[in-house]
Design a protein around this ligand. Structure first.
Ligand SMILES: [Zn+2]
Ligand SMILES: [Zn+2]
Length: 372
């Protein structure tokens, strides 16, 4: 079969930026040395690009796991262009296809079954999508979002303005133009690219599958560290509408922390989470499947399988009891809180009314006394 034609702009951009980051950046670090200004600016710019993709492109627009204030959306739209990963509209369209047809070599744009290279970067180097490249039927909702539509329309201008403008401006401020172009300009871009690409490649190859084995996605704490929390990809593929990827408090998910903190100041709202019960059930199901596979190989398989089945049913029943009661408990607590508030409110009003009455009483006494 004839290979799809190479997309030269992307191929050259990825290759040149990678070579500069791999050769010129270390050379400069040794020969001249980067200052604190460049190092801090690179880390901040890297975080801004990364989080615009994870919190903005991915969890806000592609999956709609929460709502965001326009101010935050503008910030993500500009940061996403700075990250140079195509427009939010295009990115989300590809990503929704990825979830819908995960591991399907024809329909998943970065199917992990086609190997590490293809899912990491190869899928962008050749025109594999052909005529379907501009098919945005799966993101009609986003086409109606004026910020997403604006970013899509002015994407090229925005990428140039941010990728050229920001390093030049910082270089002018610090007085070290070359150092800033190499660090914030090139190194930041290359790291930002590959950290995101790891989610499509490594996060489908390396790690554990605690929630589902129906697709290749994995949970991986090391990758979570490089990808602002997106490494918990097994959880994400089964519960894609959850604004969190790492659901445990100790799991490194700064994207989740950003979305949650922003909710306290009204920049985000309607944060969606999957009920605890469904997560626990998915996990138990996977444990059952794994244990069944092992038990089948043992001499007393029949007996063991029966035992597993029985205990699993019991576990489900216990879960149901517990979570049902927990729901009621939460509801009761809420009710008690309302009552408490009402009592406090009542006491306050009682004191106010009493005071008003006393005042009026005095007033009345004085008034009637005048008629004696
Ligand atoms: Zn996703
Ligand atoms: Zn994936």
């Amino acid at each position: 079969m004839k290979k799809a034609p190479i997309i030269w702009t992307t191929t050259l951009l990825f290759s040149i930026s990678f070579l500069v980051a791999a050769i010129a950046v270390p050379w400069y670090a040794v020969a001249v040395g980067f200052g604190w200004f460049e190092i801090i600016a690179t880390i901040l710019a890297l975080g801004y690009c990364g989080m615009s993709i994870t919190a903005g492109y991915h969890r806000l627009w592609a999956h709609k796991t929460y709502d965001a204030h326009p101010f935050l959306q503008w910030a993500f739209a500009i940061g996403g262009a700075f990250a140079l990963q195509n427009s939010a509209l295009h990115w989300s369209s590809d990503h929704r296809d990825h979830h819908r047809h995960v591991d399907d070599n024809e329909k998943d744009p970065y199917s992990a079954r086609r190997g590490f290279w293809y899912s990491h970067i190869g899928w962008m180097l050749r025109d594999y999508q052909g005529t379907t490249y501009n098919d945005y039927t799966n993101v009609r909702d986003l086409q109606k979002n004026r910020i997403v539509a604006w970013q899509h329309k002015h994407y090229l201008a925005l990428t140039i303005a941010t990728n050229v403008g920001i390093p030049l401006l910082l270089g002018w401020l610090s007085g070290n133009m070359l150092g800033m172009i190499l660090s914030v300009g090139v190194l930041r871009l290359v790291l930002s690219h590959h950290f995101t690409f790891f989610i499509n490649s490594l996060a489908h190859i390396w790690g554990k599958q605690p929630y589902t084995d129906k697709n290749s996605a994995r949970d991986n704490g090391v990758l979570a560290f490089l990808t602002y929390g997106e490494g918990y990809h097994n959880y994400h593929h089964i519960f894609e509408y959850d604004y969190r990827n790492g659901i445990k408090w100790w799991q490194f998910d700064p994207t989740k922390w950003l979305i949650k903190s922003a909710s306290y100041i009204g920049l985000t709202r309607n944060l969606r989470i999957v009920p605890e019960e469904r997560v626990a059930m998915a996990k138990a199901k996977m444990q059952l499947l794994r244990a069944q596979q092992k038990a089948q190989l043992l001499p007393n398989a029949e007996q063991l399988l029966q035992l597993l089945e029985r205990e699993y049913e019991l576990l489900l029943a216990r879960m149901q009891d517990y979570y049902q009661l927990k729901k009621q408990f939460v509801l009761q607590k809420k009710q008690a809180l309302i009552e408490q508030y009402q009592t406090a409110d009542f006491k306050q009003r009682y004191r106010e009314f009493k005071y008003h009455l006393q005042q009026q009483h005095q007033h009345w006494q004085r008034l009637t006394a005048a008629f004696h």
